[in-house]
Design a binder for this molecule. Sequence first.
Ligand SMILES: CC(C)(COP(=O)(O)OP(=O)(O)OC[C@H]1O[C@@H](n2cnc3c(N)ncnc32)[C@H](O)[C@@H]1OP(=O)(O)O)[C@@H](O)C(=O)NCCC(=O)NCCS
Length: 227
Amino acid sequence: MSPQVAVRWSGIGVWDRPEDEAVLDAGERHRSTTIRHPGARARFVVAHATLRRLLADLLGADPTTFQITADRTGRPRVAPMTRWSISLSHTHDAVAVAAGRDVEVGVDIERLDRDWLPPLGRWCTAPEVAACRAPGTETGPLAVRLWTGKEALAKAAGVGMRMSFHDFGVLEPTVLDPRPRSGRNDPATGAIRWLDLSPRHAIALAILPVALEGGVRSARRLPSRCG
Ligand SMILES: CC(C)(COP(=O)(O)OP(=O)(O)OC[C@H]1O[C@@H](n2cnc3c(N)ncnc32)[C@H](O)[C@@H]1OP(=O)(O)O)[C@@H](O)C(=O)NCCC(=O)NCCS
């Protein structure tokens, strides 16, 4: 079977969706009760419920049957489907989730009008800074897209913000060498794509070859289906 990737997003709005809580497992429900801020709690519940429904649709299973845990770095994993990687992201008013078979996926969502990011020079390569400052360019939305691409790749690599965003570019090449800082993950080539699912958000998906249980699998043929 060839690699397969699927992505889904959901707006949050005024949140009153008991049906989302109903599909979570005991661990997720417990985690949600530890989140004090109502908005953050809603984002957590909607993200995890959306991810469960995506997996259920992909596998023809009930959304409550999956065990979703986090490894010691915080990276989510789903059992017992060891061929599948999962990723999720929340921003103020929306969530995005992804699942990939035989690849590592990372997803990130941010509002295009996000009003704060670190100074460009601290996390962008020189060509990225130049592109953001080019005359006629809407700097803010482009910077947000670059940021989501880098976060998505860092999640696919399982290293989060420990990866130096300054060390790799996501603007020009779709195939890149993320060179994670930690040394735990070997350098790997991967692909980033931005999905036009929402007019108000940047949603980036990163796809990397995987080292799932059972050994390293090559993922040269990138998934052809995003749904
Ligand atoms: C991953 C990270 C970049 C997320 O950033 P963010 O913009 O605050 O949040 P997002 O909403 O986009 O993503 C949050 C999701 O990322 C996922 N995530 C957390 N750590 C992750 C990691 N190491 N790899 C992949 N995904 C991770 C989680 O699923 C989390 O959602 P959840 O808590 O609801 O399950 C950030 O949390 C991070 O850098 N984590 C790593 C921390 C770390 O290095 N820990 C080392 C401990 S040994």
